[in-house]
Structure formats: C-alpha cells, structure tokens
Design a protein around this ligand. Sequence first.
Ligand code: F6R
Length: 607
Amino acid sequence: MCGIIGYCGPKKTASILIEGLKRLEYRGYDSAGICIAGQGQFRIIKSKGKIKNLQNQLPDGLSGNYGIGHTRWATHGGVTDNNAHPHTDCAGKIAIAHNGIIENFEALKNILTHEGHKFQSETDSEVIAHLIEKYYKGNLEKAVKEAISLIKGTYGLVCMHVDEPGLIVGARNGSPLVMGIGENEMFLASDVTAIIAHTKQVVYIEDKEVVCITQNEFRTTDLNNREIEKEVEQVSWELQEIEKSGFSHFMEKEIFEQPESIKRAIIGRIVPELATAKLGGLNLSTNQLLNVERIKIIAAGTSFHAGLVAAYLLESIARLPCVAELASEVRYRNPIIERNSLYFAVSQSGETADTLYAMRELQRKGAIVLGICNVVGSSIARESNGGVYIHSGPEIAVASTKAFTSQISVFYLLCLLLSRMKDMSLETGSSFLENLQTIPINVGKILESRQKIKQLSKKYCHYKDFLFLGRGINYPVALEGALKLKEISYIHAEGYSAAEIKHGPIALINENTPSIVLVPDDRLREKIISNIKEIKARNGKVIALCVEGDEEIKKIADDTIEVPKVQEIFYPYVMIVPLQLFAYYSALELGRDVDQPRNLAKSVTVE
Ligand code: F6R
C-alpha cells in the first residue's frame, strides 16, 4: 500500500525512479511523484493517476544523481497532485516520501502551524517534512530521529536535504523498507520488486531502525544512535517473475502459473515412503505437534478464505478443532489464548497490518503463531514463531489467485502431517498424497478449457448481481469466487452456503440474479441439486460447476463448467480456478483495469 523508492548512483535517476515506481504501482496507483536532487536544488514532479501520467509530465533533461519517488494509495486527503508525495518543508530544502499512517498528525500539525509552518497538502505525511525542518541543525539523520521519536503510527520513510547532497535517510516502523546494494549504487524501496532489475543483494530494515545511504555506503542505527550490523541477503526471485512474460495481465499470468506454483508449494515437503509431509519451518517437535489440541487461523481477504478451507480440512481429516477468523476482528476482541492451541497467520504479502497486529497481540498473550507467507523476509514471516513459505513467486496482480491455491497446499500438507501422527493409516496417507500430486495436472486441464469460461463470462458479465453458492469445504471457495468477481469487475456478488439461501438470500433470486453453484460429486451433491431446483423454480439462472460428464446437472442448470473429478476434499482446487477465470474474463469484457482495480491496492499496510 503506497510504494517508495530512493536511489543514489551514477545512472539517470529519473529513469530508475520511474521504472521502480512502475514495478511498485500495484501497491497504490492514485497518484505518484518523484524528487530529483542535483546542483543544489530539488526538482519535484507529481501527478494524480497512473505512473504514465507522471512520466508524461517529466521535463526533458531532468538530471540529478539521487532522488526519491512514491506511488500513493490515499488515506488522508483526496487524490490530487498536491497530496501526492514527495512532500517538502516550508523552505523546500527537505523532501520526504512516506508509507503508513501518522496517527497523531493533527496534534503535530496544530503545533507546527502555530509555530509558523505552512502546509501545502491535506496529508498526514507532510508533518514529517516540517518536523524534520524544525529539528534540522545541519544533520539530516539526527533531525529524522528527533522527528520520528514524536510520531505515533507507522512509517516507511525516505528523505533528503538539499544541503546534504548524495544522502538519503530511510526509517521504518510498521511499513516495510528494504535497501538494495548495487555496483556503485544504492537503493531504498518499500519492496524488492522495485529494485531487483538492478540488484539482488538486499538488507531488510527493521522497525525503529534508521538507514543512511550514499552511492557507495550505508549505515544502520537504532533511535539511540547505536550502530546495527545488518545481514546482506540474496533475493531468490528472478526478474522475469515480476514481468508479464507474454500474458496480457499479471492476473492472467498468475492464474496460469498455478500448476507450477502448487507444485512448488508441495515439492520437497513430502515423504512418500512414510506417506507424510515434512514442514521443518514449523520449529515444532513431534511431541509438541502431538500436544496441539486446536488450531486457529487468522488472516484477511483471500488468505482468510484459504484459512476457512484449512479449518474444514483440519477438522474433518486431522480431527482437530480448527477455526479461521478475520485478523481485524481478533485483534480488538481481547482474544483468549487456550492451552495447547496453535495459531497460524496466513498472508501472501506478509505485511497486512490487520494480520500483523493481530499476530503481535496473540504473541503478547503467549500464543505461538506460525506464519504462512509468500514474501520472504516480510514482517509476518520474520516476526512469527516459525512457519512455512508458500513459494508462489511474486504475486503482482492486486487480486490474489495463485497465493490462494498455494496457501491451501501448505494446509493440505499440514493436515497430512498431523493426521499421520495420529490415526491416519499408511494406505490412506499414500492415497491422500497421490491425490494431492494429481492436482497440478487437473488444474492444467481447467486452464485448457478457458474458452468455454470466456464465452460464459461474455454471456453473463452484464448482470448486476450474482450469488456464489457452495457447501462444506467448497463454501469458502464460493466466498472467494464472489470476492474475485466483485473486486475486479465491480459486479455485486455474494458468497453463501447453498443451504443458507432459504434463510434469506433466496429473496434476491429472479431472472436478473444468476447463481454460480459449486456441485462436486460429494456427499452433499443431492442437497445442492435441491438448492438448484429451488433457484430454478424462482426463475433464477444457474451456472453450475460440476464434474465432467455429470448429465443430471447439465439438464437442470442453464450452463455448466465441467471440472475434473478429484477426491472429495480436493475440490477447492478445481472449483476455484474456473471462478478466477470467470472473474478475469468478465472484468476484461467490461473493460476494467484488471491488475489495478479501483480503490484497491496490494499489501494493505494500514488498518
Ligand atoms: C483479494 C485480495 C485481498 C488480500 C488481503 C490479504 O484478491 O488480494 O483480499 O487477500 O488483503 O492480503 P495478504 O494475503 O497479503 O495478507
């Protein structure tokens, strides 16, 4: 949410900043700006809208050898050129770009205004520039430390002072900041995607740390000026992973990557001869795992839906009470930590504020919280008590797709591990594993049948409301299908348990409200067929996702999307992929901005 980049080096700074901002655009795309420093002055160019608007406004010959840039997702103040970052102090000598929220900005702004500071924007961030101005006595690093000691809230911050050429000071509290070490050049960014075209050598800045970079050096200290030794890490992502590689959109690419990304989540983690899984990152001994009496999963959005699938799975197969809860609700509920409970914080980005803060609250109360994350080195990955990476590779599209199937893959492995420690037999374990390993092929088959889904999207995308209905382990899949459709096509869609429609939602059914119904060949099939008939009796249209060759469903539904037959508990994989495609093609047909839908941003680092 909001992206930051800073650069010190010999290359054309404006190009480096713009290229970095384009890679960060998925984090926020309301407005953007850059500040280039050179020859004793700052040049600031800002523009609302996409980075290409900013790019179009860049004057020729914009030179300078260090600078900062920002892409914004508005929190305080409307989407205007003025509210875009970088912001400056009164004298225009200090420039800052900030991610996060300054909770006490009003109080600080009142004091500063009273002292004579003049504000140009409605943002909370601008107070930082004025605070630094207030404390600046020839040393930017020192002034930054004084300023941030007064700030309540979160920040990932980069700033420069005209009088200290070639220096960028960065600071972090709650919003990610990473430093990149290139050859004869240094970077600061809110995530590595902005800089891996230039370097894979990175240093993750921690909360309450301040970093100073120049072209060839860096120094990290805490707020008490103690030097901090930092480990230089190697990023494993390749540049092509953050490029579209011939696909029209990142979302399309990420949907189509799923056979591979699911394999990557599983590979190296199975022990076929013992029909079990190994998840070393959990940091828990067999005895500790055997003592687990219940599991709680906290997450938001799509990751929450993956958690709901996991809860169903762990309860029905591993026979452990398990619930998934919205992290945003857990945090403020003063949660009770029960003995022998194990917690999982699930997050693609590993930076979602709701999940991160809920995790911290649980840890404060003594809970062991394990992370299931995609982004290596992210806050949740680092602060959790252990965990498992899903290894999906970068997910750039704002709508999460491959992360969902990889997150559930890790939970299928966890389920196998826990079940095999208890009463699942070797034979059942082997069959579980065999079935899991067929999933990438089955997902591949669905991707091959995309034309049919595309046609159906064309036929139905002009309806204004949709219901998504599923039961059992596929109920969360219905929720996720509805979320995908609404977030990228802006069509109103609600997910329900098919059984629930008679308790209210059936009132919405008429010829203008189609229902997408998930009908696996499982125990509940007959009941779902009754639900379809109830919808048809009220003139509702039904698109059914059913198993290949299910003639009965074909007769009663208006349209069908066939999915490969899999073992009952594995249906979430083959049910979600057609729904992702349906959302994608509907959004495309409606001319939406698929990768950057309105009002959204990837990695929600504010509450
Ligand atoms: C939906 C979506 C969001 C995220 C949610 C949590 O497509 O992308 O709902 O799933 O913001 O994000 P992470 O998984 O990064 O914690």
